[in-house]
Write a protein that binds this ligand. Structure first.
Ligand code: NAD
Length: 261
């Protein structure tokens, strides 16, 4: 489905990102893994090339909050492949106090997390949007969340702690993720008649070693599975990257096993 497509995956070394990279390679796309975590980037690239010897991929450093870093990534990819078909943003910047309960979130932490995450998604969309408009085509997919769509079901976190820290859904996540969905809609309209489209995917909770008690409470609201595996999001990404979704623009595809219903 993605033959001859050049796809950049920002946050490509993360839980979802690594699975997105593999999914794109499985669909015969070429990938640039872009991530701030330079130390593991080249190792992951080597592992992928062992698993998929014919894959066309590379790693490039990216800080989504830096305009010059985004520009370097665009220039690198453009020079290497002569074009860029799509930019996927699945990065997850957060500061060291991320995860505090509502009463303990300082104004500084609130602003800093919104700056890095929502601000970074804005900056990437702006810089790639401008590049894609000049190029004459492009496709941007931002990863939001179910928590950009509905308020948290706080009961699933009640009384559960990880490493002595009370589990919660951080307050910053609500404006960040709802902001990303609406930013994406704004951009779809702003880039009217440019052959550049913008969409979101909003995944539900992804399994990554959470306490069983939490998983049980969370799964109560699912329709069949509840918490999803990272691979469960890949098919939707491939569809939005493919020409099969050519006229889907400004949408938010919720992939959550019906959790938000
Ligand atoms: N994991 C979930 O349950 C879940 C559910 C719904 C939505 N999401 C969203 O999916 C996306 C990916 O989540 P994840 O669980 O894979 O996160 P993760 O923490 O596993 O991976 C995020 C990646 O982003 C990179 N990153 C952080 N700051 C960066 C920056 N400034 N510039 C470039 N890269 C940076 C990290 O190095 C890491 O590789 C996030 O936007 C998250 O909000 C996750």
């Amino acid at each position: 489905m993605l033959k001859d497509k050049i796809i950049i995956i920002a946050g490509g070394l993360g839980l979802l990102g690594k699975n997105f990279v593999k999914g794109v390679i499985d669909a015969k796309g070429s990938v640039i893994i872009a991530d701030i975590n330079e130390s593991t980037g080249n190792d992951f690239k080597k592992n992928i090339l062992t698993e998929y010897p014919n894959a066309i991929l590379d790693f490039h450093y990216l800080d989504i909050t830096s305009e010059s870093s985004i520009q370097k990534l665009i220039k690198f990819t453009q020079k290497k492949f002569g074009k860029i078909n799509a930019f996927v943003n699945t990065s997850y910047p957060r500061n060291q106090n991320w995860g505090n309960t509502f009463e303990d979130v300082s104004f500084k932490d609130f602003c800093e997390n919104i700056d890095m995450h929502l601000g970074g998604y804005f900056l990437c969309s702006q810089q790639f949007g401008i590049f894609f408009r000049q190029q004459g085509f492009g496709n941007i997919i931002n990863i939001s969340s179910i928590y950009g769509v509905i308020a948290p079901k706080f009961d699933v976190y009640d009384g559960i702690a990880i490493n002595n820290r009370t589990m919660t859904m951080p307050v910053e996540y609500a404006p960040i993720k709802s902001g990303i969905i609406h930013l994406t809609k704004y951009l779809s309209k702003y880039f009217k008649n440019t052959n550049v489209r913008f969409n979101c995917i909003s995944p539900g909770g992804i399994l990554s070693g959470q306490p069983q008690e939490f998983i049980k409470k969370y799964n109560f609201y699912g329709c069949s599975k509840g918490m999803l595996d990272p691979q469960d999001i890949v098919g939707s990404l491939i569809f939005l990257l493919s020409d099969g979704s050519k006229y889907i623009n400004g949408q938010n595809l919720i992939v959550d096993d019906g959790w938000t219903l």
